[in-house]
Write a new protein. Structure first.
Length: 259
């Protein structure tokens, strides 16, 4: 069955996605528009930063398809009753890895514009060594940064030891905060709490890449005039066109599997 896309145009990435899909011959509408396509399957693409709740799920047409972020169990039950198939784009490993690479590029830019020294031999600490952490290490090492990694995961610790200049446990973070020009957090839970932030120099730039609520005590950081930034949806900000292309590939790959 032919398809029509309804896209939530929440940021530039989704505007580019709509443009690319339209160029490939698909009917494109902004999410919320009314259009009758009895001979086409409706494909909803919601922004990854949006939460699809029961109210939104109730408005989706039966026998359609939904691309989104994570869903609650109650919403999943509603969608199943309406015969709506749903797919979490972040379950696509290829998409996540490519997205992490763009995030690392963006992080490099944030570091350049928020520090006062060269990247060469700059001491940087990365918290966490998941997909984003790995991409950060590769990107920063390519620019001659001196890297430390902190992680509690045994496998991540072993892998990071192959590439970083120094690796230690997050449990030892409180004793390993001095001397860094930048600290980048990728762990989606509170890591840089008040106790640790007290030990971080005010000339150190703190970049938090973790999803909300982030991994930094922002109340304390602001109160003490620390140099910090909570950077969300980095690919959509620094490279929306590239982010749209990898998102399109992930969606088309899923659609092709369903044929």
């Amino acid at each position: 069955m032919k398809k029509a896309f309804f896209i939530e145009l929440k940021d530039k990435r989704y505007h580019y996605l709509a443009k690319v899909l339209k160029e490939e011959g698909y009917p494109i509408f902004e999410y919320g528009e009314e259009a009758l396509y009895p001979d086409r399957q409706i494909i909803y693409i919601m922004a990854l930063t949006s939460i699809v709740n029961e109210e939104i799920a109730g408005k989706l047409k039966e026998n359609s398809m939904l691309f989104c972020n994570r869903l609650s169990d109650d919403v999943k039950k509603m969608l199943m009753k309406k015969n709506i198939s749903y797919h979490n784009v972040t379950d696509n490993e290829s998409y996540v890895v490519k997205n992490a690479c763009i995030t690392a590029e963006g992080a490099l830019g944030y570091i350049i514009f928020n520090t006062d020294t060269s990247l060469i031999d700059m001491p940087v600490l990365i918290l966490g060594y998941g997909r984003v952490g790995k991409a950060l290490v590769k990107t920063f090492k390519d620019n001659y940064v001196t890297l430390s990694v902190a992680t509690n995961d045994p496998l991540e610790y072993a892998l990071a030891s192959m590439y970083a200049n120094n690796v230690f446990s997050l449990d030892d973070l409180c004793d390993n905060t001095k001397g860094y020009k930048a600290i980048i957090n990728t762990v989606p839970k509170l890591i840089l709490n008040e106790k640790i932030l007290k030990k971080i120099s005010k000339d150190c730039f703190i970049l938090d890449l973790a999803s909300k609520p982030g991994g930094v005590d922002y109340y304390f950081a602001k109160k003490n005039e620390l140099n910090y930034l909570h950077a969300l949806s980095v690919p959509a900000i620094v490279a929306p066109k590239a982010a749209a292309l990898i998102l399109k590939d992930a969606i088309i790959e899923r659609l092709d599997k369903d044929l």
